[in-house]
Write a protein of this length. Structure first.
Length: 306
């Protein structure tokens, strides 16, 4: 009786253990299926994640190829200096001071009048009025006009002419004077008695240099107490058009330039005093009154060596 009791008890314990083991296995399976989010995760991290950064990153680096347009902007700075240098060059030329034609070296402008006003600048010029025996006429201020940037000297009659003289400037030894003038006439023949000249205060002690004087032809002459130098005419057609006439006044000589070319050098023996620049229209030779015989002056300038 006792053995049976123990045997049944033993079999009952074994059966309970089997039930517990089966229930544990079943519970483990259920727990495993309920927590499935943890098991697949290693698959996504070890397979999908590494491939995603490596394949997309190189594709993202290709857009910098679009930075090539800045290469086009590099051409703009090249063009810019061309635009800016042109005006500066033009400005430099506009500010360049005039120089005496035919003369080398460095010169400083000390007198200049281009007759740009509406009337004669009386601070610069004396317009003589009532002077008699001036190349055969009496000078009249009414025979001088300013028009289109030029001084115009005319004969009102065979006895009424014109003369202009610098008021506050006189040509010194070592200086150069120049005027651009149109003398009336045809070809080699000059009408009336016009002149561009320089004369000292005590004539003839201080000398007289006739830079361009019309005696039928255009001539160069000099006067002093002991010298009368008639250099004669210069070949060429000097009438009817503008030409430039200049003089360099040395201490014992003068050199005359027409259109920038040296045409005469002659000896001088005046006392060296400064000489007034003069523009004169008198009566002589072939007389023409009014505009047909006018002496037209574009400018008068003077320089000293710099």
């Amino acid at each position: 009786m006792v053995k049976d009791k123990h045997g049944r008890t033993t079999r009952l314990i074994l059966s309970l253990l089997v039930v517990v083991l089966v229930a544990g296995v079943t519970t483990a399976g259920l727990l495993a299926s309920g927590s499935g989010a943890q098991a697949p995760a290693p698959v996504r991290t070890t397979v999908s994640m590494p491939s995603s950064p490596t394949t997309t990153a190189p594709a993202a680096t290709t857009p910098p190829a679009a930075t090539t347009p800045p290469a086009a902007t590099t051409t703009a700075p090249v063009a810019a200096p061309v635009v800016t240098t042109t005006p500066s060059t033009t400005t430099a030329r506009a500010k360049t001071a005039p120089v005496p034609l035919g003369m080398s070296g460095r010169w400083e402008l000390v007198f200049s009048d281009s007759f740009d006003g509406s009337s004669l600048d009386r601070n610069v010029w004396n317009a003589h009025d009532g002077w008699t025996n001036q190349n055969g006429v009496t000078d009249s201020r009414g025979n001088v006009a300013i028009s289109d940037g030029r001084a115009i000297l005319t004969l009102a009659s065979a006895s009424s002419g014109a003369e202009l003289g610098t008021r506050n400037f006189s040509l010194k030894v070592g200086e150069f004077a120049e005027a651009r003038i149109k003398f009336a006439g045809t070809g080699h023949t000059i009408y009336n008695w016009p002149a561009f000249w320089a004369s000292g205060p005590d004539w003839p002690t201080a000398g007289e240099n006739d830079i361009a004087e019309g005696f039928g032809a255009l001539t160069i002459n000099y006067h002093s107490p002991s010298l009368v130098e008639h250099s004669g005419s210069i070949p060429g057609n000097w009438a009817g058009g503008f030409h430039t006439y200049g003089i360099y006044r040395g201490r014992t000589y003068s050199s005359v330039y027409w259109d920038g070319k040296l045409v005469r050098t002659y000896r001088t023996d005046d006392d060296g005093q400064p000489e007034t620049l003069l523009l004169t229209l008198g009566a002589g030779n072939q007389i023409r009154t009014g505009s047909s015989g006018a002496m037209i002056v574009d400018y008068v300038r003077a320089w000293r060596t710099a």
